[in-house]
Design a protein around this ligand. Structure first.
Ligand SMILES: *Cc1c(COP(=O)(O)O)cnc(C)c1O
Length: 482
């Protein structure tokens, strides 16, 4: 790994790219930000981009593309069937993952839909290191259920464990014993485990999972959506992999998987999805569904331009200097926040930096949505848009009672190659100020509460006039600054 040392001894991540196309950002005054947050019902999903300064909502479909990706998009071969563009992507997939068969899908959840329809039946149980929202929904809708069996460290906000995304092998054995191997259609491993803070699993862990699965004849499904971060962490954190190239690590993980799928909105920095396998029977089954849900076999719902971008994006994922920027920026942000005493998830993962709202605003009870309140407050004082990952993102039970989440996080996603270090420093500065003034932050309550996926469309109000007080304190400390 080519880390650049600074003579000053400072530990600063250095961008190994330069910016050649820019998009102007708006930083509107705090009074307008308060108004915008109120209009959005204190829900960051409902904000308009024109009011947002740094959009840290997600990494999905918003990673920066390279000059080579953009150039490739211009030579896309547009035809319904048999396009040259498809052949290029297929060859790249085969080259990188070493699987014989590649099937395109329009995004990650589309792959999950087809795979779940084929493999999941009423009574099926799918063990996984952790769920992703759409994955779980597709398994459940087909009559199955999930068993989340990460190692216990996964739920420790602060830990020294470098692979909090690992699966607990004893628990895996126990689940198979309890339900019977015949009811386990596959074991799912998610790279860069999204909902527990972008935490990786190790190659060693996957080898152990493979051993168990091989004994019982159970398939391994790899969700590779956040693979690029996981590859970087295996390379930099796992002793036995230090001398391996990113390409070799990818191929080792691929050899341990029976089916790989991913969202190309993340992996490959384009917009699309993919499935690959070596098994002809599985390939033929999936192929039947493709024209039904996705499109013809040689585009699968993707535009040819996105397919060209994906081909190049996948190749660039094999370059350590292309995939290191996200994790290094996230580590920098996490460490700077720790210096200020701000509670964050450690060790730093991929995807983004996660603030621990249970500690940040420990005076806000869980039924007033501490992580949602923190998201609202941070936007007001900085224009930074994050995503609540806590009780607000859960659903009430059948009796209408809140199901409290075991973690209350504010996720600040770091779209790859999008932000500069000074923008990250600005976010750190405002979060630091907010932490000093955290007692001013108050709770939220629903005004409009949809029954399903309420976090997308729900609207909330404040339990007091705390937002006005926050704005007044900001003006006291910052004068007429934006
Ligand atoms: C985003 C994501 C998905 C779903 O992909 P979409 O392209 O958004 O449909 C599945 N799994 C993981 C781990 C993801 O991060």
């Amino acid at each position: 790994m080519s880390e650049v040392k600074f003579f000053s001894g400072e530990n600063i991540p250095l961008e190994m790219h330069k910016v050649r196309i820019i998009q102007k950002l708006n930083l509107v005054p705090i009074e307008r930000r308060l108004e915008a947050m109120t209009e959005a019902g204190n829900n960051t999903f409902l904000l308009k981009n024109r009011d947002v300064f740094l959009d840290m909502l997600t990494d999905s479909g918003v990673n920066a593309m390279s000059d080579k990706q953009l150039a490739a998009m211009m030579e896309a071969d547009d035809s319904y069937a048999g396009s040259e563009t498809f052949t290029k992507l297929e060859n790249k997939m085969i080259e990188i993952f070493g699987k014989k068969y590649f099937l395109p899908a329009h995004q990650g959840r589309a792959a999950e839909n087809i795979i779940s329809q084929i493999f999941v039946k009423p009574g099926s149980v799918v063990p996984m290191n952790y769920h992703f929202t759409t994955t779980k929904a597709h398994i459940v809708i087909n009559g199955g259920s999930i068993e989340e069996i990460p190692i216990d460290e996964a739920f420790q906000i602060n830990s020294k464990d470098l692979f909090k995304g690992n699966m607990d092998i004893d628990k895996l054995n126990a689940v198979i014993e309890k339900y019977g191997a015949e009811n386990v259609p596959f074991v799912r491993l998610e790279a860069g485990t999204n909902l527990i803070g972008g935490q990786p699993f190790s190659l060693k862990n996957m080898q152990e999972v493979r051993e168990v699965c091989a004994k019982h004849g159970i398939l391994i499904l790899l969700d590779a959506s956040l693979l690029s971060d996981n590859l970087y962490f295996i390379k930099t954190r796992e002793e036995q992999c230090k001398e391996m190239s990113i390409r070799e690590i990818t191929s080792a993980l691929s050899d341990l998987s029976d089916i790989i799928y991913f969202s190309a909105r993340k992996l490959g920095s384009a917009r699309g999805g993919a499935i690959c396998t070596n098994d002809e029977k599985i390939y033929l089954k999936i192929r039947e569904f493709l024209p039904l849900y996705e499109g013809f076999l040689t585009y699968g719902g993707m535009s040819v331009r996105e397919m060209e971008a994906m081909t190049v994006g996948l190749e660039e994922t094999m370059d350590e200097n292309m995939i290191n920027q996200g994790p290094q920026f996230i580590a920098f942000m996490t460490e700077e926040l720790l210096k200020k005493g701000v509670p964050v998830v450690t060790p730093p993962g991929g995807l983004g930096c996660h603030l621990n709202a249970l500690e940040f605003v420990d005076h806000i009870p869980q039924n007033q949505y501490p992580a949602g309140a923190l998201a609202s407050a941070l936007f007001i004082v900085s224009g930074v848009r994050g995503m609540e990952r806590g009780t607000l993102s859960e659903q009430r039970d059948e009796n209408g009672k809140e199901t409290f989440s075991n973690m209350e996080l504010l996720r600040l996603a770091m779209p790859r190659r999008v932000f500069t270090l000074s923008q990250v420093k600005y976010a750190v500065d405002r979060i630091g100020w907010l932490y000093e003034n955290r007692k001013l932050i108050g709770g939220l309550k629903f005004i409009e509460e949809p029954k399903i996926l309420r976090f997308f469309f729900g609207r909330l109000g404040t339990v007091s006039d705390w937002q006005t007080q926050l704005v007044n304190k900001f003006r006291e400390d910052f004068g007429d600054s934006l």
